[in-house]
Design a protein. Sequence first.
Length: 250
Amino acid sequence: MPTSIRPPISSPPPPRVLVADDDPASRRFLGDGLHHLGAEVETCNDGPSALELGRREHFDLLLLDCRMPGAGALEILAALRADPGAASHASPAVASSAEAGMPARRQLLDAGFGDILLKPCDLRALERVLGLSRCSDRFPLLDDTIALNSSGDASTMKALRGLLRDELVVLERDLAHLDTDHTALGERLHRLRSSCGFCGAQALGECAAALQQQLRSTPEGSTIALDRFRNTLQATLHALEHGNPDMPPG
């Protein structure tokens, strides 16, 4: 029998990260470390420059130092969130600091930061915060190529996506109480990621992975990741019910 050749699975573009830090050594380490982890990095050394870049360009992650000339992390994020026209208006953000006690951490998390990076740090910590960039428009809601490579044929893909749709309807309903039961939520996310992989639901799978990581590392700061997961779940449900907006009809 002839062997069918399946097209290669395309990789999403690298995440774009803005690193704003007035300390040259920190800025160099953070920039080089994130680049080593596969990110495309833009750096700057003060608050006004970070704000201008965030308004002009879209970044998948903002890594902002708490204390910089002109404006710190809190002021920069507040200005971007208040400006719907800013290209990075809704981008996930991480605050970096050499010291952050519980009151400061609480203030940063309440302001919308998804995590706090304590300096000095290592590559493992950078990899953790880079995970917040997963919930972005770099990933399609439904990728037919990935799904067909996993399922083998269109009819199986359709059946698996029907099962995923049923799973998401139940999960959306259950999120109202799962957001306070992190153990149960983590177990549901673990199972969901397998379903997403089989169905080519890339964006939801990445958001599930990012939320899992957030629940393990900084559960008190999981609100942003949970909101992004919920929004992506709803968008994926809509795509499953009304057709795939990310792929041309075949």
